[in-house]
Design a binder for this molecule. Structure first.
Ligand SMILES: [Zn+2]
Length: 452
C-alpha cells in the first residue's frame, strides 16, 4: 500500500474536480435546489462506474454513489448548497456582487462536494488497481445551510450499515472539525384578541405582550443554564405594526443550543414553560410550536480524528506558489486577521478537544456511525465564512489547492481503514463506547417533507 501511488492517481485527474467545483460555484444553488450541481456530479460518477441511488429520503438532490461490495462500508460526505444573496465577482478583492441579490458560494460548498467526490473517485481507482475489498460510498447531502439534509438521511437509516464516514469543510485554516452544538430552531406563536388600543383596550388581549414576556422570561432563565448554552431569538411577527391596535397575533423565532442533544431538549422544555407562563399572564393562547429544524450535538471519535491528522500532517505545509501567496495577500485585509504575518495559514492545528460554537448536520451522522471531519485552508488567512471575500476566492488556485489536500486526507484515511481491520475495530470500539447502543433520535419533524 502506498499513499504516494494513491495521490499520484488523484493528481492525474485533479483538473476534473477543479472544473466541477467551478461549475457548482457558477450554479450557486441553495437549499434543496442543488439540481444542476448534483446532476453534473451524478453523471460524472456514473461514468466512473459508480452505482447511483437517487432520490434518497425523499430529497431529489440527495444521491448515494457506491463502488465495491461487502464489508467494510466506508463513506465520504459532501454538500453543494450556496447561500442566499451572497453573489460576488470571482477574484475581486472588494465587495462587488456578480448579480445583485443573487446567491453565492460564501461557505465554499462548491469545493466541499467536489473535493469529497475527488477523494472517492481517486480511492476507487486505487482499490481497483490493488484488489482492495469493501464498499466505498459517496453521499451527496442537500441543504446543509439550514435545511439539515443529513438529519433526514440519518433518520431514514441511510448511514445505518456504514462503518465509518469522513468529510471536510473549506476554511482559512487547517485542523480537525469534530464539534457542533445541538440546536433547535423553533417558532413560538401566540393568539390574542384584537381591539382598538385606546377606545376599548380592556376588550383586547395582546399576543405581542406574550412574546415580550417570553423574551423577558428567557433573560431570567439565562442565569440558570450551563454557560456553554445559547438561546437567541428574533421577533418575526409583531402583530401588525400599528400602535393603536391590540395585536391579535405575534411570533418569535427561537434558536436553542447546547453541547449535547439531551441538554438542548431539556432547555427546550424549560423555554416551553415560559411560553405557557406568558400565555397565562396575558390571557392569550400559546399555539403548537413549529420546529423549523433540529441538529444533534457532535459526538467526536478521537480514533478517527487521529487517523485524519496522521494523513493530514505529511501534506502540510501546502506548497503554495508565489502567485497564490500574492493572491491571498490581496484578500488578507478583509479577514479577521488583517495584521497576520503570513497571507495564508501554513500550519496544522492538532487540537482534537475543541469547543463548539456553531451547529452542523454532520453531527447527526456522528450519532449513527463513526464520523470525523477536517477543516482545510482554501482562502486567505482570516477569511470569514458566509462573507463576500469567501465567495470571491471560491474558484482560485488557493481554493483548488485546499480542495485537493482535503481529498487526499480523506482518501488516505479511508485507505488506512480499508486495509487495516484492527484500526477499523478501534474506531468502532470508540463509537460503541460513546454511544452505548443508543438509538438515533432527532427533534426534527422528519415525517414532514424537507423544506426551508
Ligand atoms: Zn458550510
Amino acid at each position: 500500500m502506498s499513499k504516494e501511488k494513491l495521490y499520484a492517481l488523484m493528481d492525474e485527474r485533479a483538473k476534473d474536480f477543479e472544473d466541477m467545483s467551478d461549475a457548482v460555484w457558477e450554479f450557486a444553488e441553495v437549499c434543496f435546489n442543488e439540481y444542476k450541481s448534483t446532476a453534473l456530479q451524478r453523471e460524472y460518477m456514473e461514468r466512473e462506474g459508480f452505482r447511483i441511488t437517487t432520490p434518497v429520503a425523499g430529497m431529489d438532490t440527495a444521491f448515494i454513489a457506491e463502488y465495491g461490495s461487502g464489508k467494510p462500508i466506508l463513506a465520504v460526505l459532501g454538500e453543494n448548497d450556496a447561500l442566499i444573496g451572497q453573489s460576488q465577482m470571482a477574484d475581486v478583492a472588494e465587495e462587488k456582487p456578480a448579480v445583485p441579490g443573487a446567491n453565492g458560494h460564501a461557505c465554499g460548498h462548491n469545493l466541499l462536494g467536489s473535493g469529497s467526490i475527488e477523494a472517492v473517485c481517486g480511492l476507487k481507482r486505487y482499490m481497483e488497481a490493488n484488489g482492495i475489498q469493501g464498499t466505498l460510498r459517496y453521499y451527496a447531502c442537500p441543504a446543509e445551510e439550514g435545511g439539515g439534509g443529513k438529519v433526514y438521511l440519518a433518520a431514514a437509516g441511510a448511514f445505518d450499515d456504514v462503518d465509518a464516514a469522513v468529510s471536510w469543510h473549506p476554511y482559512a485554516d487547517n485542523g480537525i472539525e469534530n464539534c457542533g452544538l445541538a440546536c433547535v430552531t423553533v417558532k413560538f406563536s401566540f393568539e390574542g384578541k384584537a381591539a382598538h388600543a385606546a377606545a376599548e383596550p380592556w376588550n383586547g388581549r395582546s399576543a405581542l405582550d406574550a412574546v415580550e414576556l417570553l423574551c423577558v422570561g428567557t433573560q431570567y432563565l439565562r442565569e440558570h443554564v450551563l454557560p456553554t448554552s445559547r438561546i437567541h431569538y428574533a421577533i418575526t411577527d409583531t402583530g401588525g405594526g400599528m400602535g393603536n391596535v391590540v395585536p391579535q397575533h405575534a411570533q418569535a423565532q427561537f434558536i436553542i443550543r447546547a453541547t449535547t442533544s439531551e441538554y438542548m431538549e431539556e432547555l427546550y422544555e424549560r423555554v416551553l414553560k415560559i411560553c405557557e407562563g406568558a400565555a397565562l399572564m396575558t390571557e392569550t393562547k400559546f399555539l403548537e410550536p413549529h420546529i423549523v429544524s433540529a441538529y444533534s450535538g457532535f459526538v467526536s471519535n478521537h480514533t478517527m480524528d487521529n487517523i485524519m491528522l496522521d494523513n493530514f500532517r505529511p501534506l502540510i505545509p501546502m506548497q503554495y506558489t508565489p502567485e497564490e501567496l500574492a493572491y491571498a495577500e490581496k484578500f488578507k485585509p478583509f479577514g479577521s486577521k488583517p495584521d497576520a504575518d503570513t497571507p495564508v495559514e501554513f500550519g496544522l492545528d492538532e487540537t482534537i478537544e475543541r469547543t463548539a460554537v456553531g451547529s452542523t448536520d454532520v453531527a447527526d451522522v456522528s450519532h449513527v456511525t463513526a464520523m470525523s471531519q477536517v477543516r482545510v485552508s482554501c482562502a486567505a488567512i482570516g477569511t470569514v465564512a458566509h462573507g463576500w471575500a469567501n465567495t470571491a476566492q471560491g474558484k482560485s488556485a488557493l481554493a483548488h489547492r485546499g480542495m485537493h489536500t482535503a481529498a487526499k486526507v480523506m482518501a488516505g484515511s479511508l485507505l488506512d481503514l480499508f486495509t487495516d481491520p484492527e484500526l477499523l475495530k478501534k474506531v468502532r470500539d470508540d463509537f460503541d463506547a460513546t454511544h452505548h447502543g443508543k438509538k438515533y433520535h432527532t427533534m426534527m419533524p422528519t415525517d414532514r417533507k424537507p423544506s426551508l
